[in-house]
Design a protein around this ligand. Structure first.
Ligand code: FES
Length: 349
């Protein structure tokens, strides 16, 4: 690296045009170097240093606030409580991380060396001498940043950097020993007679609402009170179903091991959770009756028990046995006969 080795402004430079002919154009050169206020005014330099220290300080406060929020504002089981906790954690963590970023950028732009250098092209393998020079430049850079001289700034930066990891370390550590029992995935809230309802309105679905080729995203019908609870969010995630009406003649099988009918007049209901790694499958192609998972393209045949016809999933989507009640509403006959979701969860009935 060498300093101020750019060609002089106005000097003609020869280069090759697109057709290989030499062209001449005036080299614009490097714009005139303008000193920053912090280069010429020691008071401004000091002010900037204090401002950067303040931003690092705000970052540190954000990290501490994040940890306090984590313990003080626990989700209370309601949707609102969960949202409040999530938003406060996100905001405080953002303040902490943004503070570090803004302060570091401002430090580099306003206080660190503003010398212009020209870095000449060279072969990729550096000689020991060049490496020595590079190390020297790094050392000079550290010296240039003034970190050794600026004690306040150094302290503020170290505090902010040291406290930020707490924003994710504390939640991680405190979750050790938490509820990792996978048996909670063994059953969903579908039970015999529970009505199928549109997601997200919760309006129950009649069989006559479904025309051939139509698709509906379905949840179990529940009370408004239950649907605003924290438990509902978890249970809904397991119970979501895709409902499709096929022409009954196109239906090859509906998966029932004991030979019962699990569909109703061509209407079939399958878990929306992909059996590969759990993405929601929702891309239905009416002509082929294929249902595609957007994550890794597993494709399920809705006319043939949601068997896998392509992709990495290795078992069909679990089918929800359905029928209609006295009023013509679609209802579940029972829970899914097997665990929903990726194949590594097994379930005993
Ligand atoms: S999650 Fe569906 S294919 Fe991978």
């Amino acid at each position: 690296m060498s300093e101020n080795q750019n060609p002089q402004p106005g000097k003609d430079v020869t280069t090759s045009g697109a057709a290989g002919h030499p062209e001449r154009f005036p080299d614009p050169g490097v714009p005139e170097h303008r000193l920053r206020l912090t280069d010429t005014d020691p008071a401004a330099n000091k002010r900037t240093e204090r401002l950067i220290a303040l931003i690092f300080g705000i970052s540190a406060v954000g990290a501490i606030a994040c940890v306090i929020v984590y313990f003080a504002v626990r989700p209370d089981g309601t949707t609102q409580g969960t949202r409040l906790s999530t938003v406060l954690l996100g905001v405080t963590m953002a303040i902490s991380l943004l503070g570090i970023g803004i302060a570091a950028i401002h430090w580099a732009k306003a206080l660190m060396s503003d010398h212009e250098h020209v870095d000449e092209r060279h072969t990729l393998a550096s000689s020991p001498e060049v490496r020595e020079v590079a190390v020297q430049h790094l050392t000079d850079g550290v010296e240039d940043s003034g970190i050794a001289r600026r004690g306040v700034l150094k302290g503020a930066a170290v505090s902010a950097l040291a406290l930020f990891p707490l924003t994710f370390a504390v939640p991680l550590i405190s979750s050790v020993g938490g509820d990792w029992n996978v048996s909670k995935f063994r059953h969903t809230i579908w039970t015999s007679g529970k009505r199928l309802a549109y997601d997200p309105t919760g309006r129950p679905i009649r069989a006559t609402d479904m025309t051939v080729g139509s698709v509906a995203h379905v949840i179990p019908e529940e009370s408004e009170e239950y649907m605003s609870s924290h438990e509902w969010i978890t249970e809904k995630a397991k119970a979501v179903v895709l409902l499709v009406r096929l022409n009954p003649e196109d239906l090859k099988s509906d998966q029932s091991p004991a030979g019962e009918t699990w569909s109703y007049d061509g209407i079939v209901a399958y878990s929306k959770i992909c059996t590969h790694v759990g993405c929601p499958v929702a891309l239905y192609e009416q002509q082929t009756h294929h249902l595609l998972c957007p994550c890794h393209q597993s494709t399920f045949d809705m006319a043939d028990g949601a068997k896998v016809v392509f992709g990495p999933a290795n078992r069909p989507l679990p089918q929800l046995p359905i029928t209609v009640d006295d009023e013509g509403y679609l209802v579940a006959q029972d829970d899914f006969a097997e665990p929903v979701g990726p194949s590594y969860w097994e379930r005993l009935k």
